[in-house]
Ligand binder design. Sequence first.
Ligand SMILES: *Cc1c(COP(=O)(O)O)cnc(C)c1O
Length: 232
Amino acid sequence: MFNIKDNLKAIFDSIAEEEIKSNRKLGSVVLCAVSKTKPYEMISEVVSGQQRVFNIGENYVQEIEKKFKDIKRDYTLRMIGHLQCNKVNKVVPLVDTIDSVDSLKLLDKINECSIKNGKVTRILIELNTAFDGEKTGFMSEDEALQAIEDIEQKKGVCLSGFMTMGELGGSEVQLRRSFGKLREFAEKVKIEHPDLNPDVLSMGMSSDWRYAVREGSTMVRIGSAIFGARTQ
Ligand SMILES: *Cc1c(COP(=O)(O)O)cnc(C)c1O
């Protein structure tokens, strides 16, 4: 029978197993439960109880408004979906982090809006490591590096790390190459900007998170393996 708590326990157990196998420290990989299209009751289940989740990921601004508007939270709400500039004003007041920053213009908008709202928004720079035109994320490392330099001048945003998506249906070799690219990029940034402390490497979804952990992921974004398949 389908049971969210059982699914969650199975995921936590497998993450621990994979950490050991990959010579990673136990607890070094954090779970972000991706609840897009699923009702708030399901989120309540994963943010409560003994084995609880501290990061919830959502993709759509309208859905975030609907589900989280008057909710008091003790977990981190992350915007992980592609974000259009004209929706920034709506989403900034509602979320704790924006993980899908993929253009200089979007970064500017988030910064301005955060300042207006009197907050500092944590962000992840999303890199298109598969260099796949269909996907979101900065298409060039140079532009992503420019974004990081911009962040240092901005008061409304702070760099918390990096995100990428593996190729849909990619082979182990392809996926690990993409995930490895993000890790290398993060290492480069740490050397060039020792003053910044971006410690999140968000990579890996239900189908490919094990490869991501082997390549150094510190945050896996898992939806369907916890909440079941999506119908929309
Ligand atoms: C939907 C989504 C996920 C989770 O996908 P699953 O395959 O259901 O685990 C992770 N990251 C992003 C950006 C997503 O849009």
